[in-house]
Design a protein around this ligand. Sequence first.
Ligand code: HMG
Length: 389
Amino acid sequence: MTIGISDIAFATAYQVLDLQQLADAQGIDVGKYYIGIGQSEMSVPFPDEDIVTMGADAAAQIIARHGADGIRTLLFATESGIDQSKSAGVFVHGLLGMGERCRVVELKQACYSATAALQFALGIVARDASEKVLVIASDVARYALDTSGEPTQGAAAVAFLVTADPALLEIEPVTGLHTDDIHDFWRPNYLSTALVDGKYSLAAYLGALEGAWGEYRSRGGAAFADIARFCYHQPFTKMAVKAHDRLCKVAGAELDKEQRLAQIAASLQMNRRTGNSYTASIYVGLLSLLERDEADLAGERIGFFSYGSGSVSEFFTGVVRPGYRELLRTARDAATLDDRVAIAHARYRALHEAVDAVQGSDYETAAETPGPYRFAGVVDHVRRYETRG
Ligand code: HMG
């Protein structure tokens, strides 16, 4: 039996800040962002958008195509949870009118947890081939204003359906793991923005890649030469370029710069415009690769490196199924990015500051998002969500 991803859908926040705006406000050359870190824009949520509205937006596309019947597990992966106890997935389950016979749980380990969700989903389907698991990865990446992490903020969600005999991508069984108790990036419960040791986090990411790749190979994983494309966690797209250069070196692959870039270029295009989306980022990269790579990837093997600070990481592979292109929502996803409302730096900054101003109080949000679901505010400490009429 083969198991893997049958369908995958994308959503992001409905506002966008061009990093030119940020560079201008900071009085620096935008080349640092456009070229140096490889980011051109960041998605910025309206006040009535969050991980639940983005997650529901992505998952609704899966449910519209496949129905909710038979989905007995919903796994919600996030670093930017909205409740310490209740899973954000339960809110999505309610918004989408899914049936009661469903287990719903939230998973956390920085940017890695969507990959944990994928692996757990594969296990559930391996035990009973009739099971379908809906995985949602949704995050709003926030750093404090005027810190080095600020240009790497962003927001997006991906939902994917894990089944037997998958139509899109078969996930292969061999994986390589690497865990290390470090503080490269973390977020204490009392902060709405992440703390990061920027330069150290880059070194930690690259070290973890070597560790996970080493274990992957020692467990019988495919040789580098048998992997056609690579998809990395992308806190900013230049990180994936650095990671792939490192992997080529470690694996002894003698490829020139152009050849190395050709193996990852299509996977970078969407993240370049959403910004970091933590748990969703590697799967936004997968969608970007499938939708934007001009080559026919049917039958080709993709290598994935999933990294979550703290840190837990995994290298694994998948093989693209014939007919995958017919299942993609390529035009819709391009329009989702193009149609975001462009905002100026002053509005971005005001929205950023407003997040902490309302913490702990009851409040109503104005109806602003053009998206299908909205966060209406907090009443008696309960978050209220609604479908937009
Ligand atoms: P910085 O120190 O401000 O930037 O922050 P820099 O001085 O290192 O410059 C960045 C690059 O721009 C450099 O290129 C410069 O040379 C270049 P590099 O040497 O790296 O190749 N540059 C220019 N290029 C062209 N024209 C110019 C120009 N000026 C400079 N005019 C840093 C960089 C990444 C540290 C910062 O953005 C940061 O702290 N980001 C957040 C942390 C992060 O993303 N870490 C990544 C690894 S950890 C991870 O991936 C996990 C994470 O997603 C969280 C999770 O797991 O949940 C973060």
